[in-house]
Design a protein around this ligand. Structure first.
Ligand SMILES: [Zn+2]
Length: 229
């Protein structure tokens, strides 16, 4: 199982460099893009052949996780292909703007959904965030979880049970008051579960190398880097 970090910032990219949430997971012959934030489409094309994407997963509909879906349509038009997009249904104009394209084969999920993709099993867990967010759990040769955005919650513990790695939107400064996990939550989660965590969704103004609490099971996501799980 291989994970490539395309963008690690949120809610906006760092000045001069960086992108917001986007990742590429390759496992068991399948290729899944996880979120499509600002600046990730260029990197996604460099990392894989868009025509071979098994699916794009969108954790929730905030701009920093979805905005590059819009120019992606032009690329799909040029390539003449459609792509599977897995996401929750929302009765909103923004949902319709994002997904009402014949280039997107939209597959709606909720916490009861179980999808098969080749030999992979995909399940979904409702997190706690102002926009409804589902963590995705991918079970194949290894078990991987991506949280999207959330505070630390019971469903995250359930999603992470027995996982080999959790890509966790937890890279906010300790004491951060908002709808995200902070570094101290990440340490608590790592200690309670023993799971390996790749910390991501960095505030652009936060010097995570310096100020993120250290823990043997937590590594900090780096854009462009590949992680073998
Ligand atoms: Zn969000």
């Amino acid at each position: 199982m291989k994970l490539t970090v395309l963008g690690k910032y949120g809610p906006y990219p760092k000045a001069g460099t960086g992108a917001t949430s986007g990742y590429l997971l390759e496992s068991d012959g399948e290729t899944i893009a996880l979120d499509m934030g600002t600046g990730t489409l260029a990197r996604l094309q460099a990392a894989t052949d868009i025509r071979k994407l098994s699916a794009i997963y969108i954790s929730h509909l905030h701009f920093d996780h979805t905005s590059d879906l819009l120019p992606l349509r032009y690329l799909l038009d040029d390539l003449g292909v459609t792509v599977n997009v897995i996401t929750q249904y929302e009765d909103s104009d923004w949902y319709r703007t994002l997904f009402a394209s014949p280039r997107f084969n939209v597959i709606n999920i909720d916490a009861c959904t179980e999808l098969k993709m080749g030999s992979l099993k995909l399940t979904f867990y409702e997190m706690k965030h102002p926009a409804r967010d589902y963590a995705i759990r991918v079970e194949g040769e290894k078990t991987f979880v991506y949280t999207g955005d959330t505070v630390l919650c019971d469903e995250l513990y359930r999603a992470a049970e027995g996982a080999d790695c959790v890509l966790c939107g937890c890279a906010k400064p300790a004491g951060f008051k908002g709808p995200h996990m902070a570094g101290d939550d990440a340490v608590k989660f790592a200690e309670q579960t023993g799971v390996k965590i790749i910390a991501t969704h960095f505030a652009p103004t936060f010097d995570a190398e310096k100020d993120m609490p250290k823990h043997e099971n937590i590594i900090l996501a780096e854009e462009g880097k590949m992680y073998y799980i």
